[in-house]
Design a protein around this ligand. Structure first.
Ligand SMILES: CCCCCCCCCCCC/C=C/CC(=O)SCCNC(=O)CCNC(=O)[C@H](O)C(C)(C)COP(=O)(O)OP(=O)(O)OC[C@H]1O[C@@H](n2cnc3c(N)ncnc32)[C@H](O)[C@@H]1OP(=O)(O)O
Length: 289
């Protein structure tokens, strides 16, 4: 393991961070943003994108915008693959930053949900090869974003899944569809009606993740191996095949955009749901869940 230096601006001040970088990521181009660190290995032309927003990499509007914009830059740079992981072992992301849901302002809710959907679509639809290294808990929005990747490896002893129902919320139908694509309709039905979080082993057995690894370093190496395994596959044919296999889901999601946004705004913006969210936040803070 090498140590790399990353300089970035934080609240207007330049800060220097020491990053642990596995051996194969020694020569890096760096264009990190506030909440998402990016390293591109000049040798392999592979990027690692690390969520880095303490305490739990909550997906607020800024993180989503930065993530989408960085992915666009990586597409322009035509990298060979993108590895998505967390800068903090133990938590990939706590999902949506619940503060974003604590409002009845319909304009704000609409803006948030549009951005959330667009970011998911960007990741789902990118021609780049994407591998999620799930190196920590990955509830709700975290699980959703990892399902957008081409391949998922996960470290042991963490949880992943759609727990919305447990919180008294309803997950979006396209999250349910995506999970059903991976684990089958019956298992998805059981999982979402229960708001089930799966252990790494359970997720692997069901097909929600593809492989289990012991730690982040092994996850990154494994992800690089997966990316390398595509080296001899004709690029254009792979990209079109990816688009074709994802087209049906994509068409449905885009066709249902207006309904989905309206449901979200009505569901989250209702006083009843606001009470539920407030109670959940209190539980979370007092660790009574
Ligand atoms: C009727 C018709 C309906 C039609 C419906 C239509 C469609 C509607 C769509 C609705 C969409 C709703 C979708 C929701 C998706 C989501 O992503 S919701 C978020 C779900 N996330 C969670 O439940 C995760 C909760 N967090 C945890 O489980 C744990 O925090 C953790 C495992 C991630 C980490 O644990 P640990 O390391 O022990 O840290 P903590 O001490 O628990 O947390 C530290 C700190 O962070 C705060 N926090 C944690 N998670 C979040 C979060 N998601 N958002 C904001 N803040 C969070 C936590 O409170 C602690 O704060 P303090 O230090 O106490 O201040």
């Amino acid at each position: 393991m090498f140590k790399g230096i990353c300089r970035e601006t934080h609240n207007g001040n330049m800060v220097t961070k020491i990053l642990k970088i596995p051996k194969f990521f020694t020569c890096i181009r760096n264009f990190s943003s506030e909440n998402v660190l990016v390293e591109v290995n000049n040798k392999t032309n592979t990027a690692i994108l690390r969520l880095s927003r303490p305490p739990v990499n909550g997906l607020n509007l800024e993180v989503l915008n930065e993530f989408e914009s960085l992915l666009s830059q990586l597409e322009q740079q035509k990298v060979n693959g993108v590895i998505i992981t967390s800068n903090k072992e133990g938590i990939l992301t706590g999902g949506i930053d619940i503060a974003e849901l604590q409002t009845i302002d319909q304009r704000r809710l609409k803006k948030y949900w549009t951005t959330f959907r667009d970011t998911f679509l960007k990741l789902y639809n990118t021609p780049l090869l994407t591998v999620a290294v799930i190196n920590g808990h990955s509830p709700a929005g975290g699980c959703l974003f990892s399902t957008a990747c081409d391949y998922r490896v996960m470290t042991r002893n963490y949880n992943i899944g759609g727990n919305e129902t447990q919180l008294g919320l309803v997950a979006p139908i396209w999250f349910m569809d995506r999970v059903a694509d991976l684990i089958g309709h019956r298992q998805a039905e059981l999982a979402f009606t229960q708001g089930k979080l799966f252990s790494t082993d359970e997720a692997h057995k069901l097909g929600l993740i593809d492989e289990i690894v012991e730690n982040t370093a092994e996850g990154l190496s494994k992800a690089q191996i997966i990316i390398n395994s595509f080296a001899n596959v004709p690029k254009k044919a792979r990209e079109i095949s990816k688009r074709f296999t994802r087209q049906q889901f994509l068409d449905k999601m885009i066709r249902d955009t207006d309904d989905d946004i309206r449901h979200f705004v009505n569901h989250i913006g209702s006083n009843e749901t606001q009470k539920i969210i407030e109670q959940y936040m209190q539980k979370l803070k007092s660790k009574r869940f």
